[in-house]
Design a protein around this ligand. Sequence first.
Ligand code: AMP
Length: 204
Amino acid sequence: MTETDRLRTIAVFCGSSAGNDPVYLEAARHVGTTLAEQGIGVVYGGGHVGLMGAVADSALAAGGHVTGVIPQSLHDREVVNDTVSELFIVDSMHERKLLMAEKSDAFLALPGGPGTLEEITEQWTWAQLGIHQKPCGFLNVAGYYDPLITLVETMRERGFTHPRYTRMLHFSESIEDLLTVFRDYEPPERVQASPGDEMSRATP
Ligand code: AMP
């Protein structure tokens, strides 16, 4: 696989709200523009609200390719972004997440609420189980994800995850840095043991 092929599309998970500081919207717009300028397609939840809409609209305005994947229930509530390059309407949230995962080479979380956290955490879990080999990044706008960095460190220290799995996660304030990390990412070698077996042997 060439360097260019390696990072063709990124799934972006982010808030359906915009947060209460303009810094989050600014960051979301910068992400959309940057991905478009680097020729990286965006796969996202297909809505036009909050940071989700800001990422999509900025990417589209910069000439990027944006794929929305939205469940019928949200589409029916007229929250869909009709301006995206392609739109998939699926039956459930589970189908949405699976399709977003299949269509992406990496996963990026911007600030968001429980939906965002659930989506990116699911992808980390799938990476840990070897379901895919793709990296997960967090855009740490204004220290938003600092408490999660601490929690992941605590998980590792207390034997609930292993350094080989925490190395699948990348935190940075800079989208440019995260894209470099994604391009250079080498997934950990698979081991025969299940993640649970391995963690029980891990030394903190
Ligand atoms: P949260 O981070 O809690 O705001 O949740 C973000 C997730 O909520 C999105 O990725 C979607 O799964 C879902 N969601 C909520 N509102 C919308 C919307 N208007 N359009 C699309 N997805 C939405």
